[in-house]
Design a protein around this ligand. Structure first.
Ligand code: IMP
Length: 437
């Protein structure tokens, strides 16, 4: 038996989907434990690209069971259309293969309306959310009024609660947020009632299923969404998402005790990106930033928004390693850096004579912060065909070794392209060995 957690070590979009897919070769379960369809995971199999937002990335490996854990917030309409899409591509989407934890909360139209209206009301102070209703759905969970997957089994009991929600949210939309948007109960209900009948057979007890699976010695991957720096508590608050994106979130959001987790894998790009607003100390505003964006196709999978690009930030990565207990790092998109004469890595921040080796807590404390860099040699070689460490140019090897030293964490794999095959093992621990052939 072994359980691994895979988390993004930056601000999301690090390439988690690809590695969850790589490790599912020998996994029995892939479990999402937080977030919802704000996430975007792209998997490329035999050159065919599949973008997923809710279904775990294991869905494309026959036989791997996929659980949307209790910590997830799920939009039933999005889930059903995603299931239809992967079914058309040949994936098994039957109940039992896909399980929705009975305690996972639903994202409904009024959450989306509130998310958008609240962002508009924030004006220049907006967070830059994905507008998918994620924050408002977690708000309902915290204030103990949310609708859960288990409620899908009792539509008659759910109906009046949904009506009360719609009435309350319409008041908030109009009176508090000054929005013209109003949600129509009849249309929300008509759709939800249909969706409940489709999704009811998928509802199960995720925590119990995982415990039974562990007793049978099965392998489980917990698939994080977003990244550690977007964690609701430990991220760059308030420019964060509304869930626990750190490795500890896997225990909370699945109902599996932390002592069952054998290894925590952090995924980081060989540079840094961020979507939406918020502090980004190593952001590159000039032509090099634009070059990275174009070459790395740095546009949101879900929203299409251009991602902000910057140098690798070892200070932020060290924070991610510490807070998530990352014991092995995977470095992705090294191929995107090809052609740069030199590559910078941030090693500390400085404010006047003060040196900081962690992100500040408050947004205004980022103002006037300078990043200190080391500069490493770039490379001209096309890395996309490399499959072994020995095939990487020495400057690439040096870059990887330097990062590993700076963050005090071994690098287990690097990635030089989007496909499963464009993966190079570096320093793979025993737990991860069990997940690959
Ligand atoms: P929300 O999760 O939609 O509430 O958005 C909050 C912040 O998290 C915004 O800055 C989003 O751009 C960011 N965010 C949410 N999901 C993702 C993701 O999957 N990748 C990258 N950023 C994300």
């Amino acid at each position: 038996m072994s359980c691994i957690v895979i988390v993004g070590a930056q601000w999301g979009d690090e390439g988690k989907g690809k590695f969850v897919d790589v490790f599912t070769e020998r996994a029995d379960w892939v479990v999402r434990f937080q977030g919802g369809n704000n996430a975007g995971h792209t998997i490329v199999v035999d050159g065919v690209k599949t973008a997923l937002s809710l279904l775990p990335s294991g869905i494309l490996r026959p036989g791997v069971k996929c659980l949307l854990g209790a910590g997830v917030v799920l939009n039933p309409s999005v889930l059903i259309s995603e299931m239809e899409r992967v079914r058309a591509a040949g994936a098994d989407t039957s109940p039992g293969r896909i399980v929705l934890d009975r305690d996972a909360h639903l994202v409904l139209d009024y959450h989306v309306a509130i998310d958008k209206a609240r962002e508009r009301a924030r004006g220049s102070g907006r967070i830059g959310t994905t507008g998918r209703g994620i924050g408002p759905a977690y708000e309902d969970r915290s204030q103990r009024s949310g609708i859960r997957c288990a409620d899908l089994l009792y539509p008659d009991l759910m109906r009046e609660r949904v009506r009360a929600h719609v009435e309350e949210k319409n008041k908030i939309l109009g009176l508090v947020l000054g929005s013209d948007a109003q949600v129509d109960f009849a249309s929300v209900w008509e759709r939800l009632e249909q969706e409940a009948s489709i999704l009811a057979p998928y509802v199960g007890n995720g925590s119990k299923l995982l415990h039974d699976a562990m007793k049978r010695g099965e392998r489980i991957i917990f698939e994080g969404a977003q990244g550690v720096l977007l964690d609701q508590i430990h991220g760059t608050y308030p420019f964060v998402t509304s869930s626990s994106t750190i490795a500890g979130g896997a225990a909370i959001g699945s109902g599996v005790g932390p002592r069952h987790i054998d290894s925590v894998v952090g995924i980081a790009k060989a540079y840094t990106t961020r979507v939406g607003e918020g502090p980004f100390p190593t952001e590159i505003i000039d032509a090099t930033g634009e070059e990275l964006r174009q070459r790395g196709h740095e546009f949101g999978t879900i929203t299409g928004r251009p991602r902000r690009c910057g140098w690798l930030d070892a200070v932020a990565l060290r924070r991610a390693v510490r807070i998530s207990g990352i014991d092995s790092l995977i470095l992705t998109k090294l191929d995107v850096l090809t052609g740069l004469r030199s590559i910078k890595v941030c090693t500390a921040y400085r404010r006047n004579s003060e040196v900081l080796d962690d992100l500040p807590a408050l947004v205004h404390e980022f103002e006037g912060l300078e990043s200190e860099y080391i500069e490493l040699d770039g490379w001209e070689d096309d890395l996309r065909g490399a499959r072994r460490w020995e095939e990487l140019p020495s400057s690439v090897q040096r870059y990887i070794v330097e990062i590993s030293k700076l963050i005090e964490c071994p690098v287990s794999f690097v990635s030089v392209g989007p496909g499963r095959e464009a993966t190079i093992p570096v320093n793979v621990n025993q737990v991860l060995q069990g997940f690959i052939r």
